[in-house]
Write a protein that binds this ligand. Structure first.
Ligand SMILES: [Zn+2]
Length: 481
């Protein structure tokens, strides 16, 4: 639910390791170190990922309708393009960089995926999980105690083995000036993510195996039943517990009362109610150059977050449009829809997973030292299966995400219409700026869009912003009447 997609692919293994023990933890993963990243991994993961996530992009051009609010420099091209932005375009040098960055990320994604599969296969072959299991079973009798030994041991092992992919991704982000986070700070964030993953992972693994042992045939359904409230809970606590582990949040009314008042005008225009205490500023600038905004939480924790980088470098009308997009997610209940979508995919994955696990263990279980589905040591097999499923789901997950993002764009255009002058130009310019700062490649291929695009391409978004005009034809706008 971010305004624009982030880049750095997350290590696929990391999804697995940090939380996708049974997908349950997925919402945690995206919230970990870089909120700015897009979950490039599995579908259910991604479905949840953007629930917890927001990342955006950048700087400020002068649109003629206001000066950038802060010190950020306008990218040359954005400034040159100015209010005339008709299509997404980058100066040749910047375009070359954007293409190089995109290629490198996409290669890393597939490399990391292959590497993750290999790591899991090696762990199985060398019977690492059975060794951890034996250790846990010798040490303690209680199942909870065993989970508290087994799960962190396995998840942290996977985490450490997945470190090269994470490091490569951060290295790229620094090399292309998307991240300014130092390695010490980055590693500390990584460690926090791993530790949180190990802690919650132990709880989930304990619960999951209790279900599997109780119901050897029907566990896929009961695990799903149990997973749904857990997903809801994780989404609910994410802005309260997880996100503050990595960034600081201040009420916008405190940090920028003038902007908060402007945003309230937009809210009032739509006849909605988003109180000021649900608008926050995030100190992204300590770690990132990117600009963004996002919606997070559920029910009482639901809120809109604007990155300080966005506030510093965009003009007020541009920020209002970005906020309008986020407000679309908020008002249209996209987080709720995302949870429903993720839950549906999880059900399919668990159903298929139960069968695939039985088949795999029947064939290879003995050689891998795994006694059966209810054995702690079956966890790497499950993780491997879910990694493959989520890979297959990715295009569907991305397509659904693009659909929601398009709706949010439409809502954003409608809600600021009449509040800011020349909405199409302002919106197009904000996309141009974001794309330029975030190094969005100018013309992604259809294959790249299918695999990697959680948002419509910048060019598609600019064209839509430029051409969407129900008002002049006397038609009624779809969302904001
Ligand atoms: Zn969005």
């Amino acid at each position: 639910m971010k305004f624009i997609q982030g880049h750095s692919p997350r290590s696929a293994l990391r999804f697995v390791a940090a939380g996708c023990a049974v997908f349950w933890l997925c919402a945690i993963v995206p919230a970990s170190p870089a909120l700015a990243r897009d979950a490039a991994g599995s579908a259910p993961v991604t479905a949840l990922s953007w629930l917890a996530q927001g990342s955006g992009s950048v700087p400020a051009g002068s649109t003629g309708s206001g000066e950038p609010r802060g010190a950020g420099g306008a990218p040359e091209n954005a400034a040159a393009n100015g209010p005339q932005t008709q299509a997404y375009s980058l100066p040749p040098e910047r375009a070359a960089q954007a293409i190089a960055y995109a290629r490198a990320r996409h290669q890393l994604y597939f490399l990391d995926l292959a590497y993750s599969v290999l790591v899991l296969l090696m762990l199985l072959r060398w019977r690492v999980a059975p060794a951890f299991r034996d250790w846990a079973e010798r040490a303690l009798r209680s199942r909870l105690g065993q989970a508290a030994i087994f799960a962190p041991a396995l998840l942290l092992t996977l985490g450490v083995l997945g470190l090269p992919g994470d490091v490569a991704s951060q290295w790229l982000a620094r090399r292309f000036a998307q991240s300014i986070q130092g390695w010490g700070s980055w590693f500390w964030d990584w460690s926090k993510g791993e530790l949180a993953g190990a802690f919650f992972g132990a709880l989930l693994v304990w619960l999951f195996y209790a279900v599997v042992r109780r119901s050897p045939r029907g566990w896929w359904f009961y695990a799903w039943l149990g997973a749904v409230p857990i997903i809801v809970l994780v989404v609910f606590v994410s802005p309260l517990v997880i996100e503050p582990m990595f960034f600081r949040f201040r009420p916008l009314a405190e940090s920028d009362p003038e902007l908060a008042a402007q945003l309230e005008r937009v809210v009032a225009r739509a006849g909605q109610n988003i109180p000021e205490n649900r608008m926050f500023e995030m100190n992204a600038s300590t770690k990132l150059n990117e600009l963004n905004a996002y919606v997070t939480g559920l029910g009482a924790s639901r809120r809109v977050v604007v990155w300080d980088t966005t506030i510093a470098r965009m003009t007020t009308p541009e920020i209002l449009f970005v906020f309008g997009h986020e407000m679309g997610h908020y008002v249209l209940g996209h987080i709720r829809d995302g949870i429903i979508f993720a839950a549906a995919m999880l059900l399919a994955a668990l159903f298929a997973g139960q069968r695939a696990l039985r088949w795999t263990l029947g064939r290879y279980g003995e050689g891998w030292g795994v006694r059966g589905a209810g054995d702690w040591a079956s966890l790497p097999v499950l993780l491997l299966l879910f990694l493959l499923f989520s890979f297959v789901f990715t295009p569907f997950d991305n397509a659904y995400s693009r659909h929601l993002e398009h709706e949010a764009d439409q809502y954003g255009l409608e809600v600021v219409h009449g509040i800011i002058p020349d909405t199409p130009a302002v919106a197009a310019q904000s996309f141009q700026i974001l794309g330029e700062v975030d190094l969005e490649e100018p013309a992604p291929s259809w294959a790249v869009k299918i695999w990697f695009y959680t948002h419509p391409s910048i060019n598609d978004r600019i064209i839509f912003a430029r051409t969407y005009d129900p008002w002049s034809g006397g038609k009624s706008p779809r969302f904001v009447k």
